[in-house]
Design a binder for this molecule. Structure first.
Ligand code: DC
Length: 204
């Protein structure tokens, strides 16, 4: 792999998306929200009435769907940018993301996306440092207190966030965990600019 990547992992509400987006803008790099990809597959399944426990059907969607995340989130041409943030997607997405064949498809697409970018990509998710880009230029793990994370997510309360984190970090396939090489940042009392600055300073 030759692409330059900054990998940012962490639980829901740790600040990954906001920070990754701001960092990409500052560096003039591309940005990839991998959670949006799992959310788009989930939205497609729910739209087609496919249960999220149907691994085979979900794997087929993941294999053949056309997925875009920038500037809007599209699956097979349908704009799901707002839909993927709805409570029913929050509740269903961890099940979809736990299917190994779905993950394989997403990982392949994520690697290809980074290869195609002109300068570099800030990629955020759960397994970016550990599985998708193990040789990333820089690895970062963000976390924050559960109360603060729930406040940031707005539509999800502490219990819902905690149960999604539990599902994401205890699943068999590529669970959320901190890579030993990742820089750990607790963002609870930090502004977005401070976190971006802290990460950018690691590049020097
Ligand atoms: O970051 P997010 O909340 O949008 O992610 C949605 C779900 O997708 C999350 O519950 C776990 C899953 N996910 C994953 O398993 N691997 C990733 N690289 C990104 C997200």
């Amino acid at each position: 792999m030759t692409a330059r990547v900054i990998a940012i992992d962490g639980p829901a509400g740790s600040g990954k998306s906001t920070v990754a987006m701001a960092l990409a803008k500052r560096l003039n790099w591309s940005f990839l929200d991998t959670g949006a990809m799992y959310r788009a597959v989930t939205a497609e399944a729910l739209d087609k009435g496919i249960p999220v426990t149907d691994d085979d059907a979900l794997s087929i969607i993941a294999a053949i769907a056309n997925i875009e995340t920038i500037p809007r989130v599209l699956i097979n041409g349908r704009d799901v940018t707002e839909i993927i943030r709805l409570p029913e997607i929050n509740r269903a997405v961890s099940a979809v993301a736990s299917i190994p064949a779905v993950r394989e498809q997403m990982v392949q697409r994520q690697r290809q996306f980074a290869e195609d970018q002109p300068v570099g990509t800030v990629v955020e998710g759960r397994d970016i440092s550990t599985v998708v880009f193990p040789t990333a230029t820089l690895k970062v793990y963000l976390d924050a207190d559960i109360g603060e994370r729930a406040k940031r997510r707005g539509v999800e309360n502490e219990l819902e966030i905690a149960s999604r984190d539990m599902a994401d970090s205890t699943r068999a396939a590529s669970p959320l965990k901190q890579d030993p090489d990742a820089v750990f940042i607790n963002t609870t009392a930090m502004t977005v600019d401070e976190v971006v600055e802290a990460i950018a300073s690691c590049l020097n």
